[in-house]
Design a protein around this ligand. Structure first.
Ligand SMILES: [Zn+2]
Length: 87
């Protein structure tokens, strides 16, 4: 079982809530935290771009740079429950 990479709030230039969403990289299985504020921003962009609510708020893997990392278990502001499933 791999451990989850913690988000370093101290290195971030803005004051954040401290809430995180746990992500997984489907490619290398790296697990890491993303600050909630960033996730909400990705969601907002998806909404502006007219993407369906089932679109996960993707982010980039810090290990392998794969750009379609998804939340493991996250209920979005747009009302969709994103659950990561191994395939
Ligand atoms: Zn990766």
């Amino acid at each position: 079982m791999s451990s989850i990479e913690k988000f370093d709030f101290n290195s971030y230039p803005f004051k954040l809530s401290g809430k995180v969403v746990v992500y997984i990289c489907p490619k290398c299985k790296h697990k890491f935290e993303a600050p909630l504020e960033a996730v909400l921003e990705f969601e907002q962009e998806d909404e502006w771009n007219g993407l369906p609510i089932s679109t996960p708020p993707y982010t980039v893997c810090s290990k392998c740079n794969f750009d379609k990392c998804v939340p493991i278990d996250y209920k979005s502001k747009r009302g969709y429950h994103h659950i990561y499933k191994e395939n």
